[in-house]
Design a protein around this ligand. Structure first.
Ligand code: CP
Length: 335
């Protein structure tokens, strides 16, 4: 567990506490305001122009890669990337651990997406036992965790409910492939830090939320409901978090072809079932689980999630490099 302003690695959703969440969201709001002017952008891009980051993304990504890349640019950090391990000495038999340790010799920050659960944690632990450790950010690890997605999701929920008493007390439904979805797993854990949030899990039986998440919710006293009836849940909740069926894992554990995806999809006509002030979220990429006809409905906030992702990642990197007070101070002096 971290204290406010004390973050080095970002590895799992469980490492955060409520004061940290409030602080990072406040900082993201301030950074957005600062970034509105040329002088503000010049200030931000001067903060870390002496630093370099490695984006090690050996699993496909559009949003997380580009938002981290943009976040680094906003703060002046120079980026390098490895996206295809066939271009690294891993093809000569070098271990992934040695590959990443090499990055720490050249870079000041490692942002990594990997197909193995716990890989970022393992690497952070390994680097901490060397004489050259650098911050490691988990940008998605296997079927397990996506902590920075959970941060942007909480940020989106906080902004969506800012005039409705915040996230506390809200009812939030997760829909889709919840067993293999690292985004919903991390967000379910993060939402336990809010008071009185009830979670609903709507999924095909073979891809229902993991027992480990349910046991954790029970341990910390969070109310939840496991269900298979999306239509019945839609009218009850304040937020719906749709997810894609993750068939890229089918070779390991899949029966995707047996699923009736229609039952876990939202069409334009279903929107009449939602509360007028509900929000419809999706980490993206999507397939047919949300019809594009819904995109212009004011309750659909998934494109806002995409934008929020960049700002919360700027805030995260700023906090890792202990610049948050400096940015707040600039904002107070300038506005
Ligand atoms: N939400 C998300 O992680 O998207 P990408 O896979 O495109 O990064």
């Amino acid at each position: 567990m971290i204290n406010n302003r004390k973050i080095f690695h970002c590895l799992t959703a469980q490492q955060f506490n409520r004061p940290f969440l409030e602080e990072i969201c406040d900082l993201a709001d301030v950074i957005r305001k600062v970034a509105n002017s040329k002088a503000g952008m010049e200030f931000l891009s001067s903060l870390l122009n002496h630093k370099r980051a490695m984006l090690y993304f050996v699993q496909p990504s559009t949003r997380t890669f580009l938002s981290f890349y943009s976040a680094c640019q906003i703060l002046g950090i120079k980026c390098a990337e490895v996206r295809d391990p066939r271009t690294s000495s891993e093809v000569k038999g070098e271990s992934e651990e040695d590959t990443v340790r090499t990055f720490s010799s050249y870079f000041d920050l490692i942002i990594m997406r990997h197909f193995k659960a716990n890989f970022a944690e393992k690497i952070a632990h390994m680097l901490d036992n060397t004489n050259r450790t650098v911050p490691v950010i988990n940008a998605g690890s296997g079927k397990d965790q996506h902590p920075t997605q959970a941060l942007l999701d909480v940020y989106t929920l906080r902004r969506s409910f800012q005039h409705r008493g915040g996230i506390d007390g809200k009812k939030i439904a997760f829909v889709g492939d919840l067993l293999r979805g690292r985004t919903n797993r991390s967000l379910a854990l993060l939402l336990t830090l809010f008071d009185g949030v009830k979670q609903y899990f709507v999924a095909p039986p073979q891809f229902q939320i993991g027992e480990d998440i349910l046991r954790y919710l029970e341990k910390v006293g969070v109310e939840y409901e496991v269900t298979y009836d999306l239509k019945q849940v839609l009218s009850q909740v304040d937020a719906i978090y749709m997810t894609r069926i993750q068939d890229e894992w089918d070779a390991e554990d899949g029966t995707t072809s047996e699923i009736d995806i229609e039952k876990y999809s939202i069409k334009k006509e279903d929107m009449s079932l939602l509360k007028p002030d509900a929000v419809l979220m999706h980490p993206l990429p999507r397939r047919q689980e949300i019809s594009p006809e819904i995109d212009n409905d004011p309750r659909a906030v998934y494109w806002r999630q995409v934008r929020n992702g960049m700002w919360i990642r700027v805030a995260l990197i700023a906090m890792i490099f202990k610049l948050d007070l400096y940015i707040h101070d600039y904002h107070i002096r300038s506005y």
